[in-house]
Design a binder for this molecule. Structure first.
Ligand code: FPP
Length: 255
């Protein structure tokens, strides 16, 4: 995917989602939190189906933040099992449907079994040209920015880059998802109005959309509402309304 983001709103080309509310969904049913996460995994499938049907180019899902490691050990353990099962169950079908799967975040923090399955899923689907599905796992936006800064520092130390040449383009090259246009549309379920250390760099000009709906309750009508609201927005990328009306513009960080 190398097409730039433009101000012409149709279907968003890249959608990024914080899937929040699994725990509350379970609590409302007086069930353990893990039941909510399992229901959340079903909503992931619905969301992927919707994006495939609408011809969305890229979907990035926040599955597990760097901070989520601090949750109670039994919840973390059960989530890991859920991820493992989902990888075993879904990857072949995603491959059949032309989805390219990748994981962003600190892979080294996961058990070897999960890392092996992540690697295998990426290898299997690497040449697919359909939906680019990125799963953010042990991911943090600040950590992503720090890693890019570190990579540039290494280039400088090795004499391949001059400090005065470090600019946004150089940083963007080292950020996660560098080959994709930045997200056009960010969706967060669960009622909280924050970014929670998700794609901090990449969301600079993304349209934000929030809903009180809990993630396991996600349905196509809600996603359609988000897409419709997105289509009605004017994106100016720092310019004036008059300027963007006469000439569509883009996020300057788009690859
Ligand atoms: C946030 O809800 C959700 C998570 C930390 C886990 C997300 C996991 C899934 C949606 C399931 C499977 C995902 C994949 C990619 C297979 P929360 O637990 O913070 O909910 P709460 O705010 O109601 O407590």
């Amino acid at each position: 995917m190398s097409a730039p983001s433009t101000t012409l709103q149709g279907t968003p080309r890249h959608v990024a989602i914080i899937m929040d509310g699994n725990g509350r969904w379970a609590a409302r049913r007086r069930r353990p939190r893990m039941i909510g996460h399992r229901a959340g995994a079903r909503a992931v499938n619905l969301c992927i189906d919707f994006c495939l049907e609408r011809g969305v180019g890229a979907l990035t899902l926040f599955a597990f933040s760097s901070e989520n490691w601090g949750r109670p050990a039994d919840e973390v353990g059960a989530l890991m099992k859920l991820f493992l099962n989902a990888l075993d169950r879904e990857v072949d079908e995603l491959h059949r449907r032309g989805v390219r799967v990748r994981f962003i975040g600190e892979r080294g923090r996961f058990d070897a079994g999960i890392v092996a399955r992540m690697d295998a899923a990426e290898r299997l689907t690497a040449d697919n040209a359909g939906l680019a599905l990125s799963i953010a796992a042990s991911y943090g936006g600040r950590q992503d920015i720090a890693a890019a800064a570190r990579a540039l520092a290494v280039e400088v130390a090795e004499g391949r880059m001059r400090p005065q040449d470090i600019d946004e383009t150089a940083m963007a090259r080292h950020m996660a998802l560098a080959d994709l246009p930045p997200p056009d549309l960010f969706i967060r379920t669960g009622g909280d109005l924050r970014i929670s250390n998700f794609l901090l760099w990449q969301l600079a000009y993304t349209e934000l959309w929030f809903t009180d709906l809990l993630w396991p309750d996600l349905d196509a009508a809600t996603l359609q509402r988000a897409f419709d609201d997105f289509a009605a927005r004017e994106r100016r990328f720092g310019l004036t309304g008059g300027q963007v009306a006469s000439e569509p513009t883009t996020d300057t960080n788009a690859p």
